[in-house]
Design a protein around this ligand. Sequence first.
Ligand SMILES: C[S@@+](CC[C@H](N)C(=O)[O-])C[C@H]1O[C@@H](n2cnc3c(N)ncnc32)[C@H](O)[C@@H]1O
Length: 222
Amino acid sequence: MGKDKIRRFKAVKEFDNFIEPILKEDCLFKGKWRTHFFKNNNPIVLELGCGKGEYSIGMAHYFPKKNFIGIDIKGARMFVGAKQAIDQKVKNIAFLRTKIDFIECCFEENEVDEIWLTFSDPQPKKNNKRLTSPIFINRYKKILKEGGIIHMKTDSDLLFEYTEQQIKSAPYKCLSLTWDLYGDYINQINGVMGEILNIKTHYEKIFTKKGAKIKYCKFKIS
Ligand SMILES: C[S@@+](CC[C@H](N)C(=O)[O-])C[C@H]1O[C@@H](n2cnc3c(N)ncnc32)[C@H](O)[C@@H]1O
């Protein structure tokens, strides 16, 4: 790890909006995110693999009556979003450093309203590690409310094709799906949702520069 990464990795641990449970053990806020952390009864939205947290921060601005939690294993990356949230006095956001594999240790059944997957690793050789594999979807099923929505934005053809197949082969309900978000699709989306879909993350910018088309879908798993 470079010197600056080490500095950020250590510094973020001191932030009030950063939580780091011991892996595989129940998180302090499990079942209590609303009452003990956010201190309101608003919906909870997760961004899984949030990196620097651009989506969580962007959405937290647009939806002050929702609570956002960016989740990733890389603390030095999350430092960027957590620091921005503090500097901008954004209160409806938290950053949780854990492996998504242990998400059930962090949230109680039905505690979560919505999930965003933003530029997830495509895991070309390990289907089971893909964040839309049945293993992960079954984890989300436990913590998501009935009818809770999963959004996915990606540059990866491989991951998107795989996800489309999962949606078709399992009894999930596809609500929206496009292989070219910034083609005709985005122009048909009005209001805040159009603004949200236009948020560009660190990795989106990298992949777009390389010429990748950005894909998007949203679906229900229950
Ligand atoms: C390609 S990056 C995308 C980051 C960010 N969403 C963006 O668009 O800039 C994927 C992120 O997912 C995180 N990640 C991948 N698998 C994970 C897992 N099982 N648990 C926690 N984080 C994971 C990585 O650490 C990385 O930050």
